[in-house]
Design a binder for this molecule. Structure first.
Ligand SMILES: Cc1ncc(COP(=O)(O)O)c(C=O)c1O
Length: 383
């Protein structure tokens, strides 16, 4: 389908092509100097001490949870409204997911009150996710976790460069996890990264991503090391040099791309609010901190046939999506939650069939925004 307004757009220019080509010509393709440069640049952009690049956002979460000591018998609290990977990475370690509700119909990030209700002596990790690039109540969650001796790990996949109270999203807990999947605000195709201010944690993350080895092939090639020991059971979650080179170029473009997203989000919000359709709402009317507008979610009026709505927008050339089915609604997870963990989610369950994601990205010019708004208005006024 040739969309007039695609949901997202990958904006890769000559700079990325040249950077990846240079790596391919250099003779060193696996984790080396480009990865180290990408890590330094990302850490600097966020104002954190350490960054560890990995193969994808799921691997980032898996390693962060492992370093937090999450394991069998433990519980970890995740939002009911997030991508499956936030939960899956903890299940890999044998831990039990417990779902927390959205804060409200306006603030779709995790409810701190519900997190408090769901903490038990077995809770080891709490994982806020910056839904759509919007900041959860990270300061309160950080204080809560600290007071109770629980580890805070951020799923910041939607939110590179988002900030709250002068700090980067991703920097409030022990570690923050990013994804550079193809539809993210910046992309390396596949890719991920963990930030932390803790040097020992960064060291462990760095070893775990490469089989638990004390040196990688690049260190031996560059004569920094002659051999290696393996200190712990690790994984192969290394990022390669081509992706790191692309990531460096994408990172340079991220501030401008974020400004464009922000402008587009403001226009789209005003356009939709001006339609004056009863029951139609755009969440995050009073966002915390600085959002980076990863996705643009709306809530349809109660009783709207969402499939009809999305089909009609598609007929106008407007691509839509749905972020996300709640974590306890999947065939595989229903079995997991049969033992509990998905109780008390009134807000998430009241919005799950009304959520629709409209197009968002630096590609949205005024004409595209007008088309989206007109299409939404046409379909809901006819309803
Ligand atoms: C909120 C969230 N968490 C985790 C991930 C996992 O990232 P990846 O696809 O890079 O493994 C994604 C994206 O896909 C995501 O949107």
């Amino acid at each position: 389908m040739n969309w007039k307004v695609p949901l997202t757009d990958v904006t890769v220019g000559e700079e990325e092509i040249q950077a990846a080509t240079n790596v391919l010509r250099s003779g060193w393709l696996t984790q080396g100097e480009r990865v180290a440069a990408f890590e330094s640049a990302f850490a600097e952009a966020l104002g954190v001490r350490h960054a560890v690049a990995v193969t994808n956002g799921t691997a980032a979460l898996h390693l962060a949870y492992a370093v937090a000591g999450l394991g069998p018998e433990d519980e970890f609290i995740v939002p009911a409204l997030t991508f499956a990977a936030t939960m899956n990475a903890g299940i890999y370690l044998g831990a039990r997911p417990v779902l927390a509700d959205c804060a409200s119909e306006d603030d779709l990030t995790i409810s701190v009150e519900d997190v408090v209700r769901k903490i038990t002596p077995k809770t080891r990790v709490i994982v806020p996710m910056a839904y759509g690039g919007f900041c959860p109540d990270l300061a309160r969650l950080r204080d809560l976790a600290r007071d109770l001796g629980i580890v805070l790990i951020e799923d910041a996949a939607h939110a590179p460069l988002a900030r709250l109270d002068g700090r980067a999203v991703g920097s409030f807990g022990l570690a923050g996890c990013f994804s550079f999947f193809g539809n993210k605000n910046m992309t390396t195709g596949e890719g991920g990264l963990i930030v932390t201010d803790d040097e020992a944690v960064a060291g462990r993350l760095g070893r775990l991503r490469s089989h638990g080895m004390s040196s990688v092939a690049w260190d031996r090639h560059a004569k920094h090391a002659a051999g290696y020991d393996i200190s712990a059971l690790g994984y192969n979650y290394r990022l390669d040099e081509m992706r790191a080179a692309v990531g460096l170029e994408q990172l340079k473009k991220l501030p401008e791309a974020t400004r464009r997203r922000s402008d587009a989000a403001a226009l789209l919000r005003v356009g939709i609010e001006r339609l004056g359709i009863e029951g139609l709402s755009v969440p995050f009317t009073h966002p915390r901190g600085e959002s980076v507008h990863h996705i643009f979610a709306i809530l349809l009026p109660e009783g709207t046939d969402r499939f009809h709505f999305r089909r009609e927008l598609a007929a106008d050339g407007v691509q839509t999506s749905m972020h996300y089915p709640l974590l306890h609604r999947f065939a595989y997870s229903r079995e997991i939650f049969a033992r509990g963990g998905s109780e008390g989610l009134p807000v998430a369950e009241s919005i799950e069939n009304r959520l629709v994601t409209l197009p968002m990205g630096p590609h949205l010019d005024r004409d595209k925004i007008d088309l989206v708004v007109k299409s939404v208005g046409r379909v809901l006024s006819d309803a």
